[in-house]
Design a protein around this ligand. Sequence first.
Ligand code: NAP
Length: 351
Amino acid sequence: MSSTHPRQSIGVIGATGVVGREMLSILGDRGVPADSIRCIASERSRGKQVPFGQDMLAVQGLDETSISDLDVALFAAGSECARRWAPIAVDSGAVVIDNSSAFRGDESVPLVIPEVNGSLLDGFQGPGLIANPNCSTIIALMSVTPIHRAAGIRRMSIATYQSVSGAGGSAMEELERQVEEHASGRAPTSNVLPSQALFNVFAHESPVGPDGFNEEERKMRNEGRRILDAPGLEITATCVRVGVPRAHAMAIDLELERGLDAAEARELLAHAPGVRVVDDPESGRFPESIDAAGADEILVGRFRNHPDRSDQRGLILFAAGDQLRKGAALNAIQILEQLPATPCPGGATGG
Ligand SMILES: NC(=O)c1ccc[n+]([C@@H]2O[C@H](COP(=O)([O-])OP(=O)(O)OC[C@H]3O[C@@H](n4cnc5c(N)ncnc54)[C@H](OP(=O)(O)O)[C@@H]3O)[C@@H](O)[C@H]2O)c1
């Protein structure tokens, strides 16, 4: 957001969670202009302190008073909370950017990755709702959109390696506790995720539908098609958790409409905004979750043409991205930064 585009009051709803805390950190680091930052969570957290830059801010409980008079409401508090409270925030004049899946299927609500379909924000006039896509969908589409634009993706098959913090702060704490339990010779215990995260790989915990796909896999398909405006695009995903605290990785296998050499794909990604190519076969350096954690860019590498296709219409790559940053908090704040300035009486711009 430019300095001529101030927002008077920004609320973070879910400020005690892993995404909400990341939002506060990014708002401070990027110097997003704001007259006030309001930290909101459930009644359980009323009065808790959360860090914002050098300061500590007191958390307010979510109610009619705390949600009112916000210019921008960044929601990171789950679908149920968003369904109930986001319309109330909009009615009281806010632009709401929601991280949950509550409004992602609503055709009247823009579903935006700024580098991919940011033009949807052109002319957006608040108050109103904008949805932040699913974290794995963001990481996948950041990695393949330049390829899609150059060669057209016909089919996309994805296998994810998703970190436990994707299931929230309590899942991350559970992994840390399991490390301590193991180190002290005790059996690791699991109360948050359905399986032990430490030393393990297991199917994503979201509900499995009658077609056998879990909800995360369906989100990648439905949201990917919507964001790329490609309703016929074949997308399948197999989503799993790995015992990693932070950052999701994924293998992506593409069938293209037109041939594209792996070296050309690498070159396209090297110039793509928000992407860093990590692809050095000689030294064995490729995208890793540990390098993606805390980074703003999506790491992409291991570009390979399908060995059994002479037409170069099969391309395979590997990506890793911090799902708390680009997969959630950073993407939401980039949306905020890209919103058109609100004209004020007298010609100034403002909240
Ligand atoms: N974690 C990720 O990687 C990720 C990525 C993309 C999108 N998301 C989405 O972002 C949202 C937040 O996820 P998270 O991982 O940050 O979860 P989290 O660590 O469990 O935090 C949840 C936050 O929501 C607040 N909250 C829950 N119910 C509430 C209610 N009824 N009223 C007010 N506040 C309420 C919690 O407050 P208390 O502390 O007071 O309970 C907490 O601040 C979810 O919609 C999630 O699907 C998460």
